[in-house]
Write a protein that binds this ligand. Sequence first.
Ligand code: NAD
Ligand code: TDX
Length: 338
Amino acid sequence: MRLLVTGGLGFIGSNFIRHWISQHSKDQITNLDKVTYAANPDNLTDLDSNSNYRFIKGDICDQSVVDQLMSNIDLVVNFAAETHVDRSIDDPLLFVKTNVLGTYTLLKSALKHKIKHFHHISTDEVYGTIDHETKDEFSETTPFDPTSPYAAYKASADHFALSFFKTYDLPLTITNCSNNYGPYQNPEKFIPRVITNLLTNKKIPIYGKGENLRDWLYVDDHCRAIETVIEHGKVGETYCIGGLKEACRNIDIVKKILKIMGKSENLIKYVTDRPAHDNYRVSWKKIKEDLAWEPQESLDSGLEKTIDWYQKNQDWWKKAKIEAENFYQKLDNYKNLK
Ligand code: NAD
Ligand code: TDX
């Protein structure tokens, strides 16, 4: 099989490509990535000598590049996106282009080239926020009610994708996953930010009271879930993916990390909350019951592996860490002006 994977130099995309090649060594993968600040070209250097893997630097919004690569492809897996909620609050327009127009460009080209399967990667954030006090969960039937600009553009892309199935019969599946963590995640995101702050003797900024809920999934489990949906999912269907039986408060994640790293809770610093800060809890009953997928990694073991990886791979994150903290500094200055 010949795959076009977009955004494969980012966090989940690079883990997915490595996973897919390990399970389907004869398949050919083309990785189309624009190499934004979020990408790290070192993520897949271990595949440099693999003749079944090739990297193309390019933009999913560029119709001619996309059309050129789409010929002779069987399966498209679309990871490419602007992914950071705080950046979407700072600069929403950037997100419209990649997350909406880029997805549309891929869908249009996939249709033109009669692609056998298009798998679109999305997020549980499209569903908005659950009530903190109740036991409500997002599921495939929850109406979209996005809160941040990031989530709004992901929701828009999901609608476009489904419309291409409904209107033009493009064979398509979608997965809406909860928060991922694990190796190769940009240190702008919460868990790697906490770990790398502790490794560089900085305090841990917690938004608001640290009570917001997230459902965390180890990235390898997400990659297996995507593979399962691609291989056994029903065309036209959406599958929610999550990792925990009980959603977890941010403060509880921080305390777990502090404990594993042997650091003091005095390092916690409560900072101004994110606007429209939401809560997620996702049901992964459908993918479990219909496709027999469930997470293999526990939160404790996944966090231990992740901390170990960031401890051992400081050269990988040092540059991205400076970039991320510069962004947060700019965001703080902006907040102080308001
Ligand atoms: P990431 O930010 O680590 O990587 C995104 C990648 O996309 C980067 O390599 C970047 O260079 C590339 N990219 C951005 N714009 C592009 C463009 N116009 N053309 C080509 N490439 C472009 O993201 P991630 O965390 O790996 O997320 C991947 C996908 O999974 C996204 O669609 C995201 O919405 C979704 N998702 C992420 C999570 C999570 O917790 N990280 C959870 C659920 C869903
Ligand atoms: O410094 C921080 N302090 C803090 O308290 C940061 C960076 C985050 N937080 C909080 C905000 C969230 O409640 O931690 C939680 C997780 O934050 P992020 O890592 O920014 O992730 P989130 O906003 O939940 O979005 C993520 O999950 C869904 C990904 O970035 C999205 O791409 C994905 O779709």
